[in-house]
Design a protein around this ligand. Structure first.
Ligand SMILES: [Zn+2]
Length: 198
């Protein structure tokens, strides 16, 4: 299945003197998801997410405040990417087998996908490079994706419990109790998710 639900799009934003001032715009454009691994910041302290310079600012200081060069990224992807770049040209992010693809580029998802268990797996040689370099194989990315799915499932369970309770049928009692236990467990998982960066 596809790695991400949607491809992030960078808006036209007012130019800023410091890249850190783009944080809110960037977070909105990336919908609170890491551009590389798709982890969500929904249950986390916002400082756990970083602003990544796609073409590293250490190598290309002229692009330090260029919005089109910024990626909303989780701490794990940002730190692993660091200042890795395959050459000396900011406009050449990869050679087809090594390097990176801008997460806002439609072709990003041509290189990576998700297994049915939620692991990020390669579709191409370049995808394999990104998995190794960014640590996209880390179990945390799979775990956080599954935690998100559990939250979505809970939204389906809540109305189910309400309907069963409203029916007033005594024979539903065990069923309702089971649903409530399940819902409580998914909330426990939320708590772990919130501690994922401790
Ligand atoms: Zn990430």
């Amino acid at each position: 299945m596809t790695l991400r639900d949607a491809i992030p799009v960078r808006s036209d934003v007012a130019e800023q003197a410091k890249y850190t001032r783009y944080r809110d715009d960037l977070r909105a454009d990336f919908k609170g998801r890491c551009g590389y691994c798709d982890d969500s910041d929904a249950n986390l302290d916002p400082i756990c997410f970083h602003i990544d310079h796609f073409a590293p600012q250490k190598l290309f200081p002229d692009l330090a405040t260029a919005y089109e060069n910024l990626v909303y990224a989780c701490r794990f992807c940002n730190m692993r990417k660091s200042y890795h770049w395959i050459g000396i040209d900011a406009t050449v992010p990869n050679d087809g087998e090594r390097g990176f693809v801008d997460p806002c580029d439609e072709s990003y998802d041509e290189h990576l996908e998700r297994s049915s268990e939620g692991a990020i797996i390669p579709k191409t040689e370049l995808g394999n490079y990104m998995i190794e370099r960014l640590g996209l194989y880390l179990l945390r990315h799979q775990t956080l994706w599954n935690a998100r799915r559990l939250r979505q499932l809970r939204e389906e369970i809540d109305p189910l419990i309400e309907r069963c309770e409203a029916s007033g049928l005594a024979k539903s009692a065990n069923y309702i109790a089971l649903l409530k236990r399940y819902r409580a467990l998914t909330k426990e998982i939320d708590r772990y998710e919130g501690r994922a960066y401790d």
